[in-house]
Design a protein around this ligand. Structure first.
Ligand code: ATR
Length: 300
């Protein structure tokens, strides 16, 4: 009988010689929670498959990818700093990845590497599942203009967000991302701002999306990129940080009576959609969420 969703992962010694191999390429990669999440999913569905971390230095990416391909690896994720460097090594890309210009998931189809970006859909699924928030026609303030913000901006606009304000410490990067968004979505209202309370006061967005690295780290980190009180947020705040589980900005949002979600959801759903892309099976999201939470709790 196949193990039920929620059962603990079987030992990897149950793998056979026909096991399918997946992994994540990053630098650093030791803190990745993806091995725990995907191995739990393989176990829950009784698949003869394994997911392993591959620490790959930036300059070694082409050799590493050629090696994985030659060795019959079936697919892999990419994390910092490889999400754009992988592009010239691919045979093809799905439309979302092409739009964003970054790839977090690769499937090896008979020696052809196909790139996908599941970060955007992962974010949208988290908005729906964790916040019950519809981005259609919404006004959104996004803090940050880095790689994660880029995938989120295109996903929001693709889902019908009408007004997107991008606020960043380096305002030129917010303006440049806003310009890229407008090229693809000319009907939307998109603008870059400095990440300063005086510039953003009274904006009254429906949703705030926090993508900067400011609140990351130990649970004692009380740094917030922006005080929410003067913004007049209408509904909800989502932070893509998941360590700590409640950042200072989420704690403030909760105290203001707003709906809140942390970054576990985006991490989970981007992983679930990568799993679907590789296996063409329904991802066991409850098992994957549980594995993520356990792996996070076990972190020093
Ligand atoms: P990611 O891929 O996770 O988005 P990134 O591309 O390095 O990471 O982007 C990090 C984001 O956090 C950027 O928006 C960065 O702002 P700058 O463009 O001004 O660098 C933001 N960030 C990092 N440290 C910050 C700080 N101390 N205060 C405000 N924003 C900060």
């Amino acid at each position: 009988m196949a193990p039920r969703e929620g059962n603990p992962a079987p030992p990897t010694s149950r793998l056979t010689g026909a096991a399918r191999v997946y992994g994540v390429l990053g630098h650093p990669v030791t803190h990745s929670l993806s091995p725990a999440m995907h191995n739990a999913a393989f176990a829950a569905l009784g698949l003869d498959a394994v997911y392993v971390p591959f620490p790959v230095q930036p300059e070694e990416l082409p050799q590493a990818v050629a090696g994985l391909k030659a060795a019959g690896v079936c697919g892999f994720n990419l994390t910092v700093p490889h999400k754009t460097a992988i592009l010239p090594l691919l045979a093809d890309m799905l439309p979302e990845a092409r739009t964003v210009g970054a790839v977090n998931t690769v499937r090896c189809d008979e020696m052809r590497l196909i790139g996908a970006n599941t970060d955007g859909i992962g974010f949208l699924l988290s908005l729906a599942q964790d916040l019950d928030f519809s981005p259609k026609d919404a006004s959104v303030l996004m803090l940050g203009a880095g790689g994660a913000a880029r995938a989120i901006a295109f996903a929001l606009l693709g889902a019908g967000t009408r007004r997107l304000w991008i606020a960043n410490r380096t305002p030129g990067k917010a303006q440049s991302l806003a310009a890229d968004c407008l090229t693809r979505f000319p009907g939307a209202e998109v603008r870059g701002w400095p990440l300063q309370p005086a510039a953003l006061a009274g904006m009254e967005p429906d949703l705030v999306v926090q993508t900067t690295t400011v609140g990351m780290g130990a649970p004692g980190n009380r740094e917030s990129p922006l005080a929410l009180a003067s913004l007049g947020v209408r509904q909800a705040v989502i932070d893509i940080v998941y360590h700590p589980l409640e950042t200072a900005i989420l704690a403030e949002a909760r105290s203001l009576g707003l709906r809140t979600a942390n970054g576990i959801g985006m991490l989970l759903y981007q992983g679930a959609e990568a799993f679907r892309f590789w296996t063409e099976r329904e991802p066991p999201v409850d098992t994957m969420r549980e594995a993520l939470i356990q792996a996070l709790a076990a972190r020093p």
